[in-house]
Design a protein around this ligand. Structure first.
Ligand code: ZN
Length: 434
């Protein structure tokens, strides 16, 4: 449904909100995302935003023209979750957060089991977007992190005015948007499940906000928004996806700027039955099981090929800095890194040393210490997370081991090597310069 690509960006109507506030508010009966309303506000606050969106749109269309086929690389996006809470219930558990990351990784890789519910007529559209998400292991200073921040606030609730993204307003400032997807989880008022900021906006407010009852699949997550799909939908916006009905109310002229989605009237709530026809789009009707509609969590389970292309074009363009983020690399212990040439090993410790030499061309040595004998794997990955070499995959005795790595077949760049044995895992970065 691709027409009037630029016109409708300027004709967005504010979405009316349900009047509900406070922590005791009941669960909204239907999905309500405020992303377009926030876009409308941001465009009023910043007259240049529209032009930046137009430029990004041109980049996306150029990219899609020159890259009709997606390559096989899996993109890995570091995520930081900022929990901003007043009550104990709002201070959601780490397992609730992890459950949301798991949902994102299933949905954006088409690994979600409910994708089998896509009607046969649309089955060919459901796509693996090849986008993965990882809770950050390094904070902006390179220090060890869980990828979760927790901020106690005096605010009863937050609205869509972005105060949750500002420490000075009782929220939490973002980590650099160039390296992390920032997700804030808080008590969101107004019956809004969540909202996102499209690419091209201010880095100080970039990211997505989700109500704590609509995040993940466990803990405070509440039916019918307890399968983590609010975040899937909002991260879709953050990667430049529009609502599937084209944000023109119930008209048939609005566009989601994606060519393989059927033209659709308005949004769908709840769990419609197939087919649901609008805008003369029969016999198959609306793609209401798409993540960018307004259906309940259990009834949305697919992105299309066109949506995947649009998101990947955005990651290759305006969000390309994420591709070189080290937010999910293993934290480097600084004194270990500085003593590359002075390797000292304690025999009872699991240690992966910095390779030597580093940078290297084309061979280098990787040494490590095992406190106990066991099955060991040592693998090398490129910056996208793709495995490029398996150096060890067998049973080794306790003690020090050294492996030579020949990178003749690889091109210059940053690589990671990861050692795993039993419950011990360690990863380091190395630089090949040819
Ligand atoms: Zn939305």
């Amino acid at each position: 449904m691709k027409k009037f690509a630029f016109i409708f960006l300027a004709l967005l109507l504010p979405v009316s909100l349900f009047a509900q506030d406070g922590d005791n508010a009941s669960i909204p009966q239907s999905r309500n995302c405020s992303t377009m309303e926030v876009l409308d506000r941001l465009m009023k606050e910043d007259p240049d935003y529209q032009e930046r969106l137009n430029q990004i749109e041109l980049q996306v269309q150029d990219y899609l023209k020159s890259n009709p086929e997606r390559d096989n690389l899996i993109i890995n996006i570091p995520v930081v979750v900022h929990v901003v809470y007043r009550t104990t219930a709002q201070n959601i558990s780490t397992s609730q957060i992890q459950s949301q990351i798991n949902v994102l990784n299933a949905d954006f890789r088409k690994l979600n089991s409910d994708v089998s519910g896509v009607p046969q007529a649309f089955a060919g559209l459901a796509t693996d977007c090849q986008i993965n998400f990882c809770l950050a292991t390094r904070d902006p200073n390179g220090a060890v992190t869980t990828g979760i921040t927790r901020t106690k606030t005096t605010k009863t609730s937050f609205s869509t005015n972005d105060y949750v993204k500002k420490t000075s307003r009782g929220g939490k400032d973002p980590w650099p948007a160039s390296s992390y997807l920032n997700i804030w989880v808080c008590n969101l008022s107004g019956g809004v499940l969540g909202y996102a900021q499209f690419p091209g906006g201010s880095a100080t407010t970039d990211g997505v906000v989700i109500g704590y009852k609509y995040f993940g699949t466990t803990g405070a997550a509440t039916y019918p928004f307890n399968l983590g799909r609010t975040a899937t939908h909002e991260v879709g916006h953050w990667l430049n996806l529009r609502h599937i009905w084209g944000d023109d109310g119930t008209g048939c002229t609005g566009s989601d700027l994606v060519s393989d989605t059927p033209n659709q009237g308005g949004y769908n709530f709840g769990c419609p039955s197939f087919p649901k026809v609008s805008c003369s789009n029969g016999p198959n009707g609306d793609l209401f099981m798409n993540y960018m509609d307004y259906t309940d969590d259990r009834c949305m389970f697919m992105f299309t090929t066109g949506q995947s292309g649009r998101m990947n074009a955005t990651i290759s363009g305006t969000r390309a800095s994420l591709l070189s983020s080290s937010g999910c690399a293993a934290p480097i212990v600084e004194n270990q890194e500085e003593t590359n040439d002075n390797i000292s090993l304690s025999p009872d410790k699991f240690v992966l040393n910095q390779n030597h030499p580093n940078p290297f061309n084309p061979t280098t040595s990787i040494s490590f210490n095992l406190p106990a004998a066991g099955q060991v794997s040592l693998k090398v990955f490129d910056i996208s997370g793709k495995e490029v070499a398996g150096l060890v995959d067998n049973y080794l005795e306790a003690g020090r081991h050294s492996i030579n790595f020949d990178a003749s077949a690889l091109s210059s760049g940053v690589y990671y090597y990861k050692l795993a044995s039993g419950n011990n895992v360690s990863m380091r970065k190395m630089l090949l310069i040819k």
